[in-house]
Design a protein around this ligand. Structure first.
Ligand code: ADP
Length: 438
């Protein structure tokens, strides 16, 4: 308020002097006009100085001025200084982040809200072939053109990482993960997992080869054992006694080998070539019949169909998954239990379910149930002919069909194994719902 008053006094003084000189010269009005012009001239001059300072050399000290102009210049100078300091601090932080990202062995690429590349570290140049001079501002999918990456990028569901070959080196395997941040911007991280991938491949090949190699000797053993069993009455009783046990163990080993081979195939093959429209009613009826043979009347096995759409998938793989679930239900439920095989709609999606009212499973086991060779009760699994690979096979089959397995169970309240298939895996089918009991 003091500044305004001083400025007002300056105006009155200049106008007053002009008026006084004009009055002395008997020209009061021109004197007043000269006083006002002097006042205007003073402000115009200060405005020019401010303009020159701001446009030419705003970093230097502001021009000296008094009154309201002096205060304005001072404030502007202080504000600019504060802004400069904040900017420098931000720049320092950004530089530190860029230096630490630069030191990382993983690729880091910053993408704007359109997916155009803004910044990346040198690891990204090595792994993804980005070139600082050419590629800044280009869309990431122009550089990483693998259709799976393009699909992953647009899907916007980045919970799981994506494994793909480097765009500049087929032999290099990368694991990519995108994170959304800020104003729909994205951070792409890529890690070189070539070594890990090779080890994993070696493990898979080793298991597949050993299983394959064991197949022939086991077939020979089983064949001879069968022949000996036919002539068991001619053998000394101490040899004949062991025959059923040997046959039983040979069958167990054969089951194990065939499950291991199936798992290896599910892991190695890309799958998809044999995907057809599946007649779910026929498949459920078939599995119901097979499960009834295994059950031998100990349990009731029902089929419920209330989803008219058919599933698009591999007949052999879906049959194998459903059989594993149904046979487990028969093997792990007491006599008198009820088992239901169900194909039903769930919103736009559909579920293939196997539910029983048996003893159920303690929830502590549920997260690990699909791991290879994980058993709740090892003795019981072995006694019922289990290989410990059934649910691992189910999980892999579902992965190849964009589906997921949900297990719901409590001790004493039975178990429900639900295979959840997304709508894009379903198609109109020729026949509608039906039910049946075995
Ligand atoms: P296994 O060959 O031992 O049956 P799986 O992978 O098929 O191997 O199953 C893993 C474990 O899950 C089994 O050992 C069993 O304890 C449990 N399980 C599977 N299905 C059921 C079920 N319907 N009721 C109770 N327990 C089950």
């Amino acid at each position: 308020m003091g500044l305004w008053r001083r400025e007002l006094w300056r105006l009155i003084l200049l106008v007053g002097i002009g008026l006084l000189v004009g009055w002395l010269l008997s020209l009061p009005w021109p004197g007043l006009a000269v006083g006002l012009a002097a006042c205007l001239g003073y402000h115009l001059r200060q405005l020019c100085r401010l303009y020159r300072w701001l446009t030419l050399d705003a970093q230097s000290e502001p021009p000296a001025a008094s009154g309201i102009w002096g205060d304005l210049l001072d404030r502007l100078y202080r504000y600019q200084k504060g802004q400069r300091q904040t900017q420098e601090r931000l720049l320092r932080t950004l530089r530190r982040i860029q230096e630490s990202s630069e030191a990382m062995r993983d690729s880091v690429v910053m993408l704007d809200r359109h997916g155009d590349m803004e910044w990346w570290n040198s690891a990204a140049e090595r792994m993804l072939g980005l070139r600082a001079a050419h590629d800044r501002g280009h869309h990431i999918t122009n550089l990483v053109r693998d259709p799976r990456f393009v699909d992953y990028f647009h899907r916007r569901d980045y919970r799981e990482p994506l494994t793909l070959a480097s765009p500049i080196d087929e032999q290099m395997v990368l694991q990519c993960q995108i994170t959304l941040y800020g104003d729909d911007e994205r951070l792409l991280m890529a890690r070189d997992i070539t070594r890990l991938h090779r080890l994993e491949e070696m493990r898979r090949d080793f298991v597949a080869n050993v299983s394959h190699e064991l197949r022939t000797p086991l077939t020979v053993l089983a064949g001879y054992l069968e022949t000996y069993a036919t002539y068991a009455d001619q053998l000394p009783s101490r040899f004949a006694r062991g025959l059923p046990r040997m046959q039983e163990q040979t069958v167990r080993m054969q089951n194990l080998v065939s499950d291991l081979l199936l798992l290896s195939r599910l892991e190695i093959d890309r799958g998809g070539e044999d995907h057809v429209r599946l007649d779910m009613a026929a498949m459920l009826a078939r599995v119901q019949r097979d499960a009834a043979v295994l059950s031998a009347g100990r349990q009731t096995i029902e089929v419920e169909l209330d989803e008219p759409r058919a599933l698009i998938g591999s007949e052999q793989e879906i049959h194998s998954a459903l059989s594993n679930l149904a046979f487990n239900a028969v093997r792990y439920t007491p006599p008198g239990s009820q088992i239901v095989l169900r194909w039903r709609a769930q919103g736009d999606d559909a579920c293939l379910e196997v539910e029983d009212d048996g003893e159920g499973i303690d929830p502590v086991h549920l997260p690990r149930l699909t791991e290879r060779f994980y058993r709740v009760d090892k003795g019981r699994s072995t006694a019922t002919g289990g290989t410990g690979l059934g649910l691992a096979i189910v999980k892999h089959v579902l992965l190849r069909h964009d589906a997921r397995l949900e297990i719901d169970s409590r001790p004493g309240q039975g178990a429900r194994f639900r295979c959840h298939f997304p709508a894009q895996r379903l198609t109109a089918a020729a026949r509608s719902g039906a039910t049946g009991t075995a």
